[in-house]
Design a binder for this molecule. Sequence first.
Ligand code: OSB
Ligand code: MG
Length: 380
Amino acid sequence: MRIDRLDIREIHLSLRKPFETSFGTIQHRRIALVEAHCEGVTGWGELTVENGPFYNSECVDAAWIIFSQFVAPLLVGKEIKSPSDVGAMLSGIRGHEMTKAAVENALWDVEAQQKNVPLARLLGGTREEIASGVSLGIRAAIDDLLSAIELELDAGYQRIKIKIKPGKDVEVTDAVRRRFPDIQLMVDANSAYQLTDVDLLKRLDDYGLMMIEQPLQWDEIFEHSKLQAQLATPICLDECIHNLRNARAAIEMGACRVLNIKLGRVGGHTEAREIQEYCRKRSVPAWCGGMLESGIGRAHNIAMSALPGFVLPGDISASQRYWHEDVIDPEVETTAQGMIRVPSAPGLGYQVRHERINQLTVRKESFGARTIVPVGAPVH
Ligand code: OSB
Ligand code: MG
C-alpha cells in the first residue's frame, strides 16, 4: 500500500467523572487521532498519551512535534508491503512508542479494510468475545469506592482493579476485600512506591489479590525482581515494558508474573502481537490495559484482545463508563456477563463518526506526499 497522506488532529473530550491515580487526576482529555490515507482508504489510530508526561514520558504536545517533524516525513509517499514494516522505518526515532503506534495502527485499519476482513482476524485473533474488567480511580471516601464497585459488579464486569497510592493502600484494600470476599480483585500503584516500602507491600499478600500492577518506578525492571522475590502476590508490569525485549527481560529476571500489554506503550499491533505470543508460549498471563481511550483506541484494543495470549480480563469497558457520547457507532457495550463482542465488520468494525470528530477538533495538520520536508533527518 502507498501512504498518500497522514493527518494528525486533536479533539477534546471530557470524562464523565475525574479519574484519580497516584500520578494525578485526569478529566479533560486532549486526544490526538491519526488518519492514514492510502489509495482511497482511510484508517484511524489513537495516540494514547495523556495531556502531560505523568504516566510515561510522552504527552500530547511533544507527540505532535515528533509526529509532524519526524514520523510523517519518514512515511508519507512510501510504499509498504505491510504495516509491520513501519517499525523498521521508524527505528531511528528513539522512544515515542505511543506516537509511532498511532500511525502503525491506522495502517493496520487500512489493510483490514483493503482486505475486507475484521482487524481482529487480520491480526490472527481467535476470540469472538473478550472478557472485560474495570479500573477504578482513587476516592476520597472508602464508602464511595465500595458503592462504585457494587455498581460495576452488578453491570457484570468480571474483575475489579483499584488504584492505590501511599496512604490509600492497605486500609482501602482491606475494606474492599471484607465487603467483596470472592471477587477477582487487583491493585495498580502506577509507580508510587520504592523497594524500601517492601514491608508495607507485603501486607497486601493477605488479600488474595490477582496481582499488584507497577508498584515501583516507571522505568525500573531490576528492582521489581527484588520485590517479586519477597511477595506472594504476582507483580504485573505496565509502565516499564515498551517492547518484546523489555518483556523478556522482566519475565526471565522474575520481575513480574503477569503482563499488562498496552498497544500504545509497546509501539503498536506488531510489537503487541509478539509480546502476547511470547507470553502465551511461556504461560505468562497477559491482558490488555487501557489509557482512557476514545472509541477509536478502544476498537483497536478490542481487536488486539482477540489474540489467544490475552487470557485475563482487561481494562477495556463500555464507552458509556467514560463518555457521554463516544466517537464511534455503535458504542462499545458489554454483555450482562461482562463480555465485549469482537466486531465482525471489516476494519475496526465500528463506524468512525467523522462529523462528530470534526466538531470536537481543535487543531489538525495534514502531511501529503509533495509537501514534506524532513526536519533534522539524516542526509543520504
Ligand atoms: O495504569 O492502567 C493504568 C489510565 C490512565 C493511565 C494509566 C492507567 C489507566 C487506567 C485506566 O488504569 C484504564 C482504562 O480504563 O482505560
Ligand atoms: Mg497501570
